[in-house]
Design a protein around this ligand. Structure first.
Ligand code: PLP
Length: 417
């Protein structure tokens, strides 16, 4: 078996054909057509190195982590903690104490809402988010506002799907205790100026939570440079397994936060009279974790790092530009999300055809896209559409994929209009 952590060798230039060969799921046909996978915003396909890492873990190393005295438990613990170090490096955090495993972005944001915000936010305070958030960065704050009496404020975007920074700034005030911001909108592809937004939020003393779910596969992340207080991510959006993710939090803030859930591993000492909690980051990790998930997450991050995020994003930018130009050749297409700074996402509507009808026909041509509200209903409300068709580009997509997609879309249009 190939070694688990031998990720792809560094490439001088981005060899997309070679990269495609490293993703077994891409080698299949769907409805008699070669699969064109353009649903990377929902989840990415996994390269061999990730699949092999999971296989090897379960074949050889499977054991519970921490406190085990036997060989397998030591191996599993080393792999699990080694993966944490890889995540730390990927995010450029100072210490592994700042990297908390979660099941994904959603759980990471909920952890902040329950553990940090429910303690530090009270009636009369304000939480500020943007109009282009995913439901994961709306609903936890709404629930918190209901519990505490705090108020949820929303910074608007313009009709290109760009945040109106002056409006955002106007909404910041000493009552703003927390700001949630999406780095890359999953519905529009907009890249937000999060570094600047964090700086502005800090001026009024607010704590910042960056939803990095759609950013990590496309943009190099440096949490110290961003200076955000929390950063949430999911493994499956960056070529790793589902059910796995991480929360970065500044050590000083995490230290002050109470545990999120109670159970094994998060404790230091338990008696019926009193329990004391484990140190960082374990106090936030109750119960047996997703050990294989961490192993696969590490393999995915190493894979991406070896290819180079700079090279990946340049390649994807070219494919997105090509797709944008080609789709505009089809009369009746309206692109939803035309920000100056975008990545990966091409969301659109076609005349008044229902997006799911388009998606269904594309599927018959082997083209996988997502249709609907993309868990960002307020974005759909802004653009007054029931939903969109969303093609989202990953590192293995090429211009040929786009040509097939455009051809299938043209056929769909002929059938539906
Ligand atoms: N935030 C954004 C911008 C997303 O695109 C997603 C998933 O689509 C999430 C949060 C939630 O991620 P997960 O379902 O992996 O927790």
């Amino acid at each position: 078996m190939t070694s688990v952590l031998t990720a792809a060798a560094p490439l001088q230039t981005f060899d997309v054909e070679r990269v495609r060969g490293e993703f077994p799921a891409l080698q299949q046909t769907v409805h008699g057509h070669p699969l064109v996978y353009l649903d990377n915003g929902a989840t990415t396909q996994k390269p061999n190195v990730v699949i092999e890492s999971l296989e090897r873990y379960y074949y050889l190393d499977n054991a519970n982590v921490h406190r085990g005295v036997h060989e397998l438990s030591e191996r599993a613990t080393d792999a699990y903690e080694g993966a944490r170090e890889t995540i730390r490096q990927f995010l450029h955090a100072d210490t592994v104490k700042e990297i908390v495993y979660t099941s994904g972005t959603t759980e990471a944001i909920n952890l902040v809402a329950y553990s940090y915000a429910s303690r530090n936010i009270k009636s009369g305070d304000e939480i500020l988010i943007t109009e282009m958030e995913h439901h994961s960065n709306i609903v936890p704050w709404q629930m918190l506002c209901q519990q505490t009496g705090a108020e949820l404020k929303v910074a608007p975007m313009n009709d290109n799907g760009e945040l109106i920074l002056e409006e955002y700034e106007k909404l910041l005030n000493p009552r703003t205790k927390l700001v949630g911001m999406v780095y890359v909108s999953n519905a529009l592809g907009t890249i937000n100026p999060v570094k600047q937004m964090v700086k502005m939020a800090h001026k009024v003393g607010a704590v910042t939570v960056v939803d990095g779910a759609q950013a990590v596969a496309h943009i190099p992340i440096d949490v110290k440079d961003l200076d955000c207080d929390f950063f949430a991510m999911s493994s499956h959006k960056v070529y790793g397994p589902t059910g796995m993710g991480a929360l970065y939090g500044k050590e000083r803030i995490l230290e002050e936060m109470p545990p999120f859930q109670g159970g094994g591993d998060m404790i230091d000492y338990v008696s019926f009279e009193k329990t004391t909690f484990n140190k960082l980051p374990y106090k936030f990790e109750a119960g047996t974790p997703h050990i294989a998930g961490a192993v696969g997450f590490e393999a995915a991050l190493k894979y991406v790092q070896n290819l180079g995020l700079g090279v990946i994003s340049a390649h994807e930018r070219g494919v997105l530009q090509y797709a944008t130009q080609r789709i505009l050749e089809i009369p009746g297409v309206r692109i939803i999300g035309t920000a100056g700074l975008k990545c990966s996402i091409l969301s659109f509507v076609l005349n008044d055809v229902h997006p799911s009808d388009i998606g269904t026909i594309l599927n018959l041509h082997g083209v996988a896209v997502r249709t609907g509200h993309h868990c960002a209903m307020p974005v759909m409300q802004h653009f007054d559409v029931p939903g969109t068709v969303r093609a989202s580009i990953g590192l293995y997509n090429n211009r040929e994929d786009i040509d097939i997609f455009i051809e299938a879309l043209t056929r769909a249009k002929q059938m539906l209009t």
